[in-house]
Design a protein around this ligand. Sequence first.
Ligand SMILES: CC(C)=CCNc1ncnc2c1ncn2[C@@H]1O[C@H](COP(=O)(O)O)[C@@H](O)[C@H]1O
Ligand SMILES: [Zn+2]
Length: 344
Amino acid sequence: MMSSKEALSLMELHAHLNGSVSFSTIEKLVARKPHLNIEHGMTAIRSGQRRTLDECFQVFKVIHQLVDTEEDILMVAKDVIREFAADGVKYLELRSTPRKEKTTGMTKRRYVETVIEAIRQCKNEGVDIEVRFLVAVDRRNGAEVAMETVKLAEDFMLSTGGLVVGLDLSGDPTVGHGRDFLPALQKAKNCGLKLSLHLSEVPSQADESELLLNIPPDRIGHGTFLHPEVGGSQSLVDKVRKHNTPLELCLTSNVKGQTVSSYSQHHFLYWYQMGHPSVICTDDKGVFCTDLSQEYQLAASTFNLSQEDMWTLSHKAIDCTFAPDLQQQLHQKWLELQPTLFQL
Ligand SMILES: CC(C)=CCNc1ncnc2c1ncn2[C@@H]1O[C@H](COP(=O)(O)O)[C@@H](O)[C@H]1O
Ligand SMILES: [Zn+2]
């Protein structure tokens, strides 16, 4: 019989590639680069540990040092895809920021090509998961780079037969202002890329969120401080509701990054009670030492959700993907798995 773990964590829509690198992959990378003197404590935040947002972003810098060649990217992407599949994920949207590394000769174009190659190799090797890719814009790099990234994403959307489906806006939310990225985001939307934007991940960003919600995005990452009880506003909530924009919610990430004080205080409850489309995701399963089935279990134990509630939650996520061509196939898979789970 299918275990509930396998059956429930069907859909992962918010996973940053370099934040998803597991302990065993880190070990392989460290062995390739012993001179860097990196220990695992520097690349992950273990259970019970919390870090400031700033400290969390330092962790990505360490991982980026370890992952700086095409060979590394290929291994990391394949390992991450296999690990999600082993956790029961049937559909994965990976996102990553194309990086140029002068010392190794890696270009942004080769970076994306290598991730695409990893997706294709996993498919050819029969890994039971569908993977799509979102090209990420790091706010730290400013508006000009954002525009270049959109052009790159558009090229790949056209040349990969639909594997590149969208654009992500992420990076340290305290750096830069969303208004600077509006032209790039608008261009991305106009050329057919779907938009997933990290929004109100930290307090006091109501103005920025208002601007970004006017685009409007196709999905929202976190949205931790959108609602009035936490310093957002009813007008922001109304905008999200009007467009029925799904939220990608990452419980452990927010608790360990200390933007949410405890699991029970997570804004999942606010949106879930409203019946608003909300998708449970991992964000950075490597850095935060979690996986998707653990996040579902945490949501269930914290908010008293039944097996069936969780199943419905993962089923509804199918309508939030950026791959409409796969939705029918995924619904079919859901129908096949359901009787096994509930022993109907
Ligand atoms: C600090 C913290 C609580 C992290 C979780 N929340 C996040 N918020 C914004 N951007 C993120 C977050 N997690 C990962 N990223 C982005 O993803 C990158 C790592 O994956 P990649 O190199 O794009 O493949 C980071 O450098 C950052 O730009
Ligand atoms: Zn994120």
